[in-house]
Ligand binder design. Structure first.
Ligand code: ADP
Ligand code: ADP
Length: 229
């Protein structure tokens, strides 16, 4: 069943057409890798799905409902950006807790419940021992995991990843790939993962989408990406 559907989505910036009548459907629990040259519209696509940008034309449907009709806090869409955007003055624990404490519809105030939820997510990403550390006292790979835990703790249905592994060294990338796969299997979340790394796209995706000039040049399972008739 479709969890997310884009129909003929166009987004322009002045004279630039970042998305050009793009249509794509994501099934629940699938992992889509998104490839494409710089400037092809990958980040714009994620921002439109996240609701940070409004399309000039076309529509975005979330489980059949227009994104515009669903309040942001009920969309269940999480975003992990390239720079992680963590709060540098807060601890690892507080970074993960922040969203729950400040939930728009229903702030979580029960301290014991908050601790339980945050500890569970820190364990899931392998950071159980680092909750009290400051953000400047952990490595790049650990920051990446904090960003992931902070997104996961909100219990999203869809996670958008914007080159989340780009800043990591090869070893760490490989480890994070395995962890992303495990998390996905454990939690059953739909992923859209922008990466500049073809090998990573093929290894991670159930389907690989290739953007070119704001259009979907191709979308297929990884085995057929290079074997088209
Ligand atoms: P990618 O993520 O594939 O590199 P982007 O989505 O960032 O591509 O950009 C697609 C096109 O839209 C580019 O031509 C880019 O210059 C333009 N664009 C993206 N964001 C903005 C913006 N905020 N203001 C102006 N132009 C933008
Ligand atoms: P605001 O200025 O209040 O943030 P926007 O101009 O960003 O509102 O958006 C206006 C309406 O369009 C809002 O209801 C918003 O939820 C909706 N909207 C924003 N992004 C999208 C999108 N990608 N697809 C469909 N609707 C969107």
């Amino acid at each position: 069943t479709a969890i997310l559907e884009l129909k003929n989505v166009t987004k322009r910036y002045g004279g630039d057409t970042a998305l050009d009548g793009l249509s794509v459907t994501l099934e629940a629990n699938e992992y889509i890798s998104l490839l494409g040259p710089s400037g092809s519209g990958k980040s714009t696509l994620l921002r439109v799905i996240a609701g940070f940008e409004k399309p000039d034309a076309g529509e975005v449907l979330l489980e059949g409902r227009s994104l515009a009709q669903v309040p942001a806090y009920r969309r269940g869409i999480g975003f992990v950006s390239q720079g992680f955007a963590l709060f540098p003055h807060l601890s690892v624990f507080e970074n993960v807790a922040f969203g729950l404490r400040n939930r728009e519809d229903d702030p979580l105030q029960d301290a014991a419940e908050l601790r339980r939820r945050v500890d569970e997510m820190l364990a899931l990403v392998g950071l159980s021992d680092l909750g009290e550390r400051g953000i400047d006292q952990i490595s790049g790979g650990q920051k990446q995991r904090v960003a992931l835990a902070r997104t996961l703790v909100a219990d999203p249905k869809i996670i958008l990843l914007d080159e989340p592994l780009g800043a990591l060294d090869a070893n760490l990338r490989a480890r994070m790939r395995v962890e992303l796969r495990r998390i996905r299997q454990q939690l059953g979340i739909t992923f859209m993962h922008v990466t500049g790394n073809e090998e990573e796209a093929l290894a991670m995706g159930d389907r690989v989408a290739v953007l070119d000039s704001g259009r979907l040049a191709q979308i297929s399972d990884p085995d057929s990406v290079y074997n088209r008739p």
